[in-house]
Design a protein around this ligand. Structure first.
Ligand code: TEU
Length: 534
């Protein structure tokens, strides 16, 4: 079976914020083409584009109005085809984002449903008063997930914004439309897909649970058979917030895989209320241990800290104060990308982009705005803004900082979202010029991964689980070992276990001069290889 995905590294592009070539303030496909050489230099294999289809963009493209069109803000179908061929020339594959749990209410199916077409109402989850009363659902973006349509005297379900109507996957026609659309993109030459909230396509109405319904895996199998299983080297990743190990094994079981892998989010959440959560190192280690051990030999992990829905890696897991930003960013990369799984790098992560503080006027994200409107009624506004600064999705969506000129070189016009103020110090041009930058640590890690089978196949064991200061682990494969030690604090610490690896070779670290003397400086992180004897 195709296991190519185990050697790949994926770079996630959020096109709206990547690179603008038209001056409309919004990134576009030609902008992506113009940066392909940069991505090649980094060494990644696949580019996952978040949705570029025609959309009113109430949820930045996750509200699709036409699955067969490129949104004019991003360019044309010709631009997209050129992207495919230019990417291919450089050995890069393109992954499309499949948002099939819902469509925009601007989609013709939904419009026809509103006009009274029964066939199209059945594409969605339209229900009468009684059903809705007995089946309360809260939207993930806040408020009631049922929206009333007066002239139909029916409600429709929207698990996200009210302009994102849930499709009914129990309707065979909906499934077939989805497969047809996926084949359209496969035939164009895309290498695979990332599936948006795919765990929500089958619902459990008895308990009003919106994920992990009884038909979930059956539908995914059916979809795989009808589409990407017919392509030898396809690459797929499901976004599954609700997955436990058992589901994860089904999704990514090497013998009969539904997907190459899934995204799980336990390590990014910490508590039910996302706005109140903060990282706890002991828990973080436990979570990684659970997934590393749990899927070893049984499935496959995705390795990521951030994406377009999550705050910036360094601000969340590390230390974004300028004094520590680079050391911390490099340390985090070494810590994560030597684990088992496929690495995902979110645009700007490779140069150490950070969160910023937000005012109400600057906020763009529908989720953050809804939260602000609700929370600011009960709590101190400054406190609410602070939480938003820590967690808001807008942090990930500030434009990529290409250089230190106006708007960080992202656009000649007015950017659709503010540029992070630190672009004068944090930018691609500077990172490429400085051989000590975070960029080169990422590049080196990608090279190391491609050379060492141990990283793909080795076992994983935590070292000193109970330490609240460091995150360290050992990987083992055919007698060879790889130790990773990471000081997660801004102070010097001692790790006695390090004395055991004196004979090993340091293969990567985040400080220039490193010793294996058991003492680690703030955020110091290093990987030591001990070769098999004989
Ligand atoms: O995200 C799914 C999802 O559940 C998130 O909305 C998540 O709860 C939230 O972002 C945490 O802050 C996917 C997409 O990645 C996201 O951008 C979309 O908004 C969402 O689906 C709806 O399509």
């Amino acid at each position: 079976m195709n296991e190519n995905f185990k050697d790949k590294v994926v770079y996630q592009i959020y096109p709206m914020s990547f690179m603008d070539t038209t001056g409309n303030g919004m990134g576009d496909i030609r902008g992506i083409i113009s940066k392909l050489d940069y991505l090649k230099e980094l060494g990644v294999d696949l580019l996952w584009l978040t949705p570029v289809y025609s959309s009113p963009k109430n949820d930045n493209g996750y509200d699709i109005a036409d699955y067969y069109q490129i949104d004019p803000d991003f360019g044309t179908m010709e631009d997209f085809e050129e992207l495919l061929s230019e990417a291919e020339k450089r050995g890069l594959g393109i992954l499309m984002d499949i948002v099939a749990n819902h469509t925009s209410t601007e989609h013709t199916w939904f419009k026809k449903a509103l006009e009274g077409s029964k066939k199209h109402q059945d594409y969605y989850v339209f229900r009468g008063k009684e059903f809705v009363k007995d089946h309360p659902v809260t939207s993930i973006f806040g408020g009631d997930a049922w929206e009333y349509i007066e002239n139909l005297d029916l409600y429709y379900l929207h698990n996200f914004d009210k302009t994102q109507a849930d499709l009914d996957w129990d309707n065979k026609e909906v499934r077939e439309e989805t497969y047809r659309m996926m084949n359209f993109w496969l035939e164009k030459g895309v290498k695979g897909f990332r599936f948006d909230v795919i765990d929500m396509i089958s619902k459990v109405w008895e308990r009003c649970e919106m994920s992990n319904g009884p038909k979930l895996h059956e539908y995914i199998e059916e979809m795989a058979d009808a589409t990407y299983r017919n392509y030898d080297d396809s690459f797929t990743v499901g976004e599954t917030w609700s997955a436990d190990l058992e589901h994860a094994e089904k999704y990514s079981n090497p013998d009969n895989s539904e997907f190459s892998m899934i995204f799980t989010f336990e390590h990014t959440m910490f508590g039910i209320d996302k706005w109140k959560s903060s990282i706890d190192l002991l828990k973080l280690k436990e979570i990684f241990e659970k997934w590393q051990k749990g899927l070893h030999g049984k499935g496959w992990n995705s390795l990521f800290y951030n994406n377009h829905d999550l705050p910036r890696a360094i601000s969340r897991f590390g230390d974004d104060r300028e004094k520590f930003r680079e050391i911390s960013g490099k340390g985090l990369a070494i810590l994560l990308y030597l684990m088992e799984g496929t690495p995902y790098i979110y645009q700007g992560e490779e140069i150490g982009m950070t969160n910023r503080s937000w005012t109400r006027e600057e906020m763009q994200d529908v989720e953050a705005i809804n939260y602000f409107e609700m929370a600011a009624e009960k709590e101190d506004e400054a406190e609410v803004l602070k939480k938003i600064g820590n967690i808001s999705r807008d942090n990930a969506r500030t434009p990529v900082q290409w250089n230190d000129s106006k708007n960080a070189g992202f656009t000649g016009g007015k950017p659709w979202i503010v540029v992070n103020e630190n672009y004068k110090t944090v930018n691609v041009r500077g990172a490429l010029r400085d051989k000590n930058s975070i960029f080169y640590t990422y590049k080196e890690l990608i090279k190391i991964r491609k050379k060492m089978d141990l990283i793909k196949n080795g076992t994983f064991d935590l070292i000193d689980k109970k330490s609240k200061e460091h995150f360290s682990y050992v990987r083992e494969y055919r007698g060879g070992k790889l130790y990773v030690f990471s000081n997660m604090t801004d102070k010097g610490i001692v790790i006695p276990e390090m004395t055991g690896v004196k004979d090993g070779e340091i293969i990567i670290s985040n400080y220039n001069e490193t010793e294996k003397n058991g003492r680690l400086r703030p955020y110091e992180t290093l990987a030591v290889r001990v070769k098999a004897k004989g």
